[in-house]
Design a protein around this ligand. Structure first.
Ligand SMILES: *Cc1c(COP(=O)(O)O)cnc(C)c1O
Length: 232
């Protein structure tokens, strides 16, 4: 199958899954995760109508994004070192992985200088997995309260990567917990738009379950672009 075929089949599953659980498919965005895939593959996806992409490595994205001037938008979904905040603030339409005060502050400081606002998500370590990044669920409220004082950051919602498991129901529980956490924080008015918060969850192997549990952003790589190469 070509990249276009795979994109269309994912869009089809997205639409069917949304309708089956009573959701409007147009409220769910597909981020095509293009990390460690070549420019030619991204261009193929753009040709097929995809405009939103996800990258994990600042250095790689800084090389790729300027070569793609077709109006594609990029989300950052990897770990941001605070010393890369400046670059990250300039390259991406959204940073999904803000998980600490120091990073939020570094982003805001640079955004003030360049007079730009930036959409962000707070990455939550919903499985409390010590090896994973993301803020612990019970610390999320505090971080969002701190972010509220950073005028250039627009916190739109939450993102998570749950622990890997073969148990679909376990994964479903993690997604559900992220949704409930988001709902609670929205009730406290901690997001930029508390009526419509973004929940970024679900990858190639579990995006259907994520949609059933309320995902508004799914991040799909392998199922669109195939296996990743070690270098590009
Ligand atoms: C790589 C990556 C994805 C895509 O994973 P696939 O299994 O290839 O769909 C999604 N989210 C994050 C944060 C990633 O790093």
């Amino acid at each position: 199958m070509t990249i276009a075929d795979k994109l269309h089949s994912i869009q089809k599953v997205l639409t069917e899954t949304a309708i089956a659980c009573g959701r409007d498919p147009s409220t769910i965005k597909l981020v095509a995760v293009s990390k460690r895939h070549a420019i030619a593959s991204i261009e193929e996806a753009i040709e097929a109508g995809q405009y939103l992409f996800g990258e994990n490595y600042i250095q790689e994205a800084a090389e790729k994004i300027p070569q793609l001037n077709h109006g594609a938008a990029f989300h950052f979904i990897g770990h941001v070192q605070s010393n890369k905040a400046k670059q990250a603030a300039e390259l991406f339409s959204m940073i999904e992985t803000v998980d600490r005060y120091k990073l939020a502050k570094a982003l805001n400081t640079h955004l003030e200088k360049i007079e730009r606002n930036l959409d962000i998500l707070v990455q939550v370590n919903i499985g409390r997995d010590m090896k994973k990044s993301g803020i612990m669920p019970d610390k999320t409220e505090e971080l969002l309260k701190q972010i509220a004082s950073f005028s250039r950051l627009r916190p739109l919602g939450l993102m998570t990567i749950p622990p890997l498991t073969n148990e679909t129901e376990e994964t479903r529980n993690y997604f559900k917990n992220l949704r409930l956490l988001g709902k609670d924080l929205a009730k406290q008015g901690l997001f930029a738009d508390n009526k419509n918060i973004e929940l970024s969850m679900g990858m190639s192997h579990d995006f259907k379950v994520a949609i059933e549990e309320g995902a508004t952003i799914i991040r799909v790589g392998t199922a669109i672009f195939g296996p990743r190469s070690n270098k590009i």
